[in-house]
Write a new protein. Structure first.
Length: 557
């Protein structure tokens, strides 16, 4: 294959990745997205595989996360562009690590098998799936972690197939997608030996069918449990308006939330929900706004969940948190949860405490939130609620930890107004159904300028409110309360971590075999040299002996 054709295939893979995610939502293309790049790296050396993977990765993540450039109004174009490029380049590294790993192992260790054999093809298919899945979970932890745009999320609307997330999590769906991709690539790449290729595909298709049947069986079960009525009040305040209305200027924002809540209260909800940092001011523990909320809650006789900025006095200063509060019908604070996983740069500046004082002063109030240290579960008479805040809903392990700590419903509050007019809000929303399926629990989501919705334990979106349809709207609906918890809740991401361990083992094993082979060659080379030296010395000594024997004869003549 010509080099130009290989790079065209790499570019094509990147485009297929992008089209699989919201807002395009062409999820079927994700089942073929890896095929072009896998064909491109066939018979390529590791350096070419690296660059091919890098090209795919740049298009993949650069295309999906272009919305970072929308942050220009909140910063300078230089810093936003730099952040976009650095993040895209960083995430692309995981794709070329995958291509190099597949190339290295299949081109060395697996070559002990006949490349046209069924055994080689089956091993190759699982190698592709294991390596992609293992590197994807690694991406969710390294440098604060960013599992955004994981391959499994493309299937958020494919309800039957995502039911395996209750066992394997979202990475289980990723594994199946990668498995099918590898099977197709093997079949196309060796079409002349189609019988062995088809035979190896049977295993992948069999696993897919088993997962699909499992999903259909699970979906046939009826849900039995109590329901609570929740009123979601997104507010839909633009970020530039929130930033311009900090403190005393935020009265109009508070009034807007109150006015919309008045409309929703006629439906007598059990719980009113406002989104993350709904009102840009310090409302707790004392403020006129908090006094008004207490008065209204006593009249409405309902509970309230809201996001707010809070502070805590500590010697010699204070701490500021991005928090969630739950209030009882008298306005008393039941408890509060302080966001644990902060957004790097935006909410928390890395290694801030080690920076010089002059530089540290520049990020005060901008990237100056403190991290919480406890997964607080809000206990109410009708439900135990775990509340991931915004960025936290991207991480499967955080929602899992809330359920593991006793929650039986997940309530996500978020502020997506930073990225109005982009695909970011849709991409963020597409992860919520997986949090429901993974823990078999209901999820409600209240998003400022994002998608507010109610999702059942099977990941089905029961009700949905999009700001594009109604900016001043609200959503009131029933949320089921069930016995939450699954195999995944108990054991977590054992599949992807096992995949990563297996990948590292095969890389080491391949390296070790190559090293031993190299050392054997070196040993043979040294042995040959020693043999040549010894034989040379022997000839020399024989020649000396012959000259000594013949010299007297010469003298005699």
């Amino acid at each position: 294959m010509k080099r130009t054709h290989k790079y065209l295939l790499a570019i094509f893979s990147g485009i297929l990745f992008v089209l699989g995610f919201p807002e395009f939502n062409l999820s079927i293309l994700s089942w073929f997205a890896l095929v072009p790049i896998l064909l491109a790296i066939r018979n390529s050396d590791w350096k070419e595989s690296l660059w091919l993977g890098f090209v795919t990765g740049i298009i993949y993540f650069g295309g999906i996360m272009y919305w970072i450039m929308i942050l220009v109004p909140f910063s300078t174009i230089f810093w936003v562009t730099l952040g976009y490029l650095v993040l895209s380049l960083y995430l692309a590294c995981y794709v070329f690590l995958w291509t190099v790993s597949v190339n290295f192992i299949s081109g060395n260790w697996l070559k002990r098998l006949d490349t046209g054999s069924f055994e080689y093809k089956l091993a190759y298919i699982f190698l592709v799936a294991l390596s992609w899945t293992g590197l994807e979970v690694l991406r969710g932890y390294i440098v604060s972690g960013l599992p955004w745009a994981s391959l499994g999320y493309t299937q958020w609307a494919n309800i039957p197939i995502i039911q395996i997330a209750s066992i394997f999590g979202v990475y289980g769906v990723t594994f199946i997608i990668a498995l099918i991709n590898a099977s197709i690539a093997v079949f196309i790449g060796d079409i002349r030996n189609w019988r062995s290729s088809l035979k190896s595909m049977v295993f992948s298709i069999g696993i897919f069918v088993v997962c699909l049947i499992y999903g259909l069986i699970v979906l046939s079960n009826s849900l039995v449990g109590e329901k609570i009525k929740v009123a979601l009040i997104p507010g839909n305040i633009k970020q530039k308006d929130k930033m311009a209305s900090w403190g005393d200027k935020s009265g109009w924002i508070f009034d807007k939330y109150i006015d919309i809540t008045y409309k929703a209260i006629d439906k007598k909800p059990d719980l009113i929900v406002w989104p993350e940092t709904a009102v840009p001011q310090l409302m707790f523990p004392e403020s006129q706004e908090y006094d008004k909320i207490k008065f209204l809650l006593s009249r409405w006789n309902t509970y309230m969940l809201m996001g707010a900025i809070s502070y805590e006095l500590t010697y010699p200063g204070y701490k500021v948190y991005n928090s969630a509060f739950v209030l009882d019908p008298k306005g008393g604070i039941i408890d509060k949860y302080d966001k644990i996983h902060l957004v790097p740069i935006s909410e928390s500046f890395p290694f801030k405490q080690y920076l010089p004082e002059k530089i540290r002063s520049l990020v005060v109030g901008i990237s100056d939130f403190d991290s919480g240290d406890m997964y607080t579960v809000f206990s109410t008479p009708f439900a135990n609620i775990g509340v991931p805040i915004c960025f936290e809903s991207v991480f499967p392990q955080i929602s899992r930890q809330f359920i593991y700590s006793g929650a039986n419903v997940i309530g996500i509050i978020t502020n997506d107004s930073w990225f109005i007019g982009t695909f970011a809000a849709e991409q963020h929303f597409s992860m919520a159904p997986f949090r429901a399926v993974e823990n078999r629990t209901s999820v409600f989501r209240c998003a400022n300028y994002g998608i507010s919705c109610i999702i059942d334990p099977y990941g089905r979106v029961i009700q949905k409110l999009d700001p594009k349809d109604n900016e001043d709207g609200y959503l009131v609906g029933d949320v089921g309360i069930y016995q939450s918890g699954t195999f995944y809740t108990k054991y977590g991401d054992y599949l992807p971590w096992t995949s990563l361990v297996v990948l590292v083992f095969f890389i080491f094993q391949t390296w070790w075999l190559d090293y031993r082979k190299y050392m054997k060659k070196q040993g043979d080379l040294y042995a040959n040299r020693d043999t040549l030296r010894s034989s040379g010395s022997k000839r020399k000594s024989d020649g000396s002996r012959r000259s000594s024997l013949t010299s007297p004869t010469k003298k005699k003549k």
